[in-house]
Design a protein around this ligand. Structure first.
Ligand code: GDP
Length: 297
């Protein structure tokens, strides 16, 4: 099981990481607040491992995106967890727009001390500026699209800003950089890498799909057996391992000539059902224990 995910074949090599980090740092200078997108199903696994080093003490708001796919009670617990560390986290569905209004309010609130201070020091009042940051596929573009929302919200190009960066106005007090910062996920942490594979955050061709699906089924069987029973109409106790996969294959009619289960087809069904939320609303990352809370933010 240890080699399920082939880390060296991932697209992020050290050179890419340094470049990503440099780009984010360049843009960071332009903003007052960073909006960190996490996947609500895996708030820890979808975090960048060195984000705090990169953003320093820049004020930060967390978006628990894809909240429509996550376990609501778990999302509430994660919001509380971040609040205990002094960070507002807002559950959002960037596709449907749920939570977006609350997010704009949270960003404005987070930016206020900074903009108030500027004014106190004699500067002209200006809108607070923010940028969106997150790993690939977490929903950065979807959120930017949602926030710009078709309305004429573009701000004129600002002199001195390289490559004529575009800003999107969010209400009267806020402007968002129309260019997300992309960071790499926690490939090195095996559990995180698995959760990223389950949710589709990393490309399916860099890991062994058969093993990953068995591990996903095992996780679901432990944490959400009822979802498996309901979705695939399983009777009695939910079997484990390949037996479970084959049972799902039979229920869904994934059969080869001669009546044998087509494992590959069954694997794809499980992955797609899980990722689209058809199995139910699932959160995979448990809250960290109290002792390690400081390390994970
Ligand atoms: P980016 O790489 O961070 O810019 O991610 P995208 O915005 O391209 O989103 C990646 C995928 O996730 C797309 O298929 C989106 O439709 C989907 N997605 C983004 N946000 C949400 C969300 O809140 N809920 C759901 N269900 N899907 C989302």
């Amino acid at each position: 099981n240890d080699n399920v995910i082939d880390i060296p074949s991932l697209q992020w090599y050290p050179g890419h990481m340094r470049k990503a980090e440099r780009l984010v740092k360049e843009n960071l200078k332009l903003v007052d607040v960073v909006v960190e997108l996490l996947d609500a199903r895996i708030p820890m696994s979808s975090a960048n491992p060195v984000l705090r080093e990169i953003v320093g003490d820049k004020p930060r708001v967390i978006v628990l995106n894809k909240a429509d796919l996550a376990d609501e009670a778990a999302t509430r617990a994660w919001v509380k967890y971040f609040a205990a560390g002094g960070i507002s986290a807002v559950p959002v569905d960037a596709v449907k727009g749920r939570g977006v209004k609350e997010l704009v309010q949270a960003i404005a609130k987070c930016a206020k001390p900074k903009t108030d201070k500027l004014v106190q020091h004699g500067a002209k009042a200006r809108a607070a500026r923010c940028m969106i940051l997150g790993i690939p596929n977490v929903g950065k573009s979807s959120l930017i699209n949602r926030l710009s929302g078709g309305a004429k919200t573009k701000v004129e190009n600002r002199p001195g800003v390289t490559r004529a960066k575009q800003w999107i106005r969010l209400g009267a007090q806020l402007e968002l950089l129309d260019m997300p910062g992309i960071l790499w996920p926690k490939f090195e942490d095996r559990q995180a890498a698995l959760h990223l594979a389950f949710t589709g955050a990393i490309n399916d061709n860099v890991y062994d799909v058969a093993s990953v699906v068995l591990l996903l089924l095992d996780t679901l069987r432990t944490k959400y057996p009822v979802y498996l029973k309901d979705r695939y109409r399983l009777e009695g106790e939910v079997p484990s391992g390949v037996e479970l996969l084959e049972e799902i294959g039979r229920k869904r009619g994934c059969l080869r000539a001669g009546g044998r289960v087509d494992d590959e087809k069954a694997q794809q069904i499980v992955l797609t059902d899980f990722r689209c939320g058809r199995l139910g609303c699932v959160t995979l990352d448990a809250l960290p224990s109290k002792d390690s809370a400081e390390d994970t933010r």
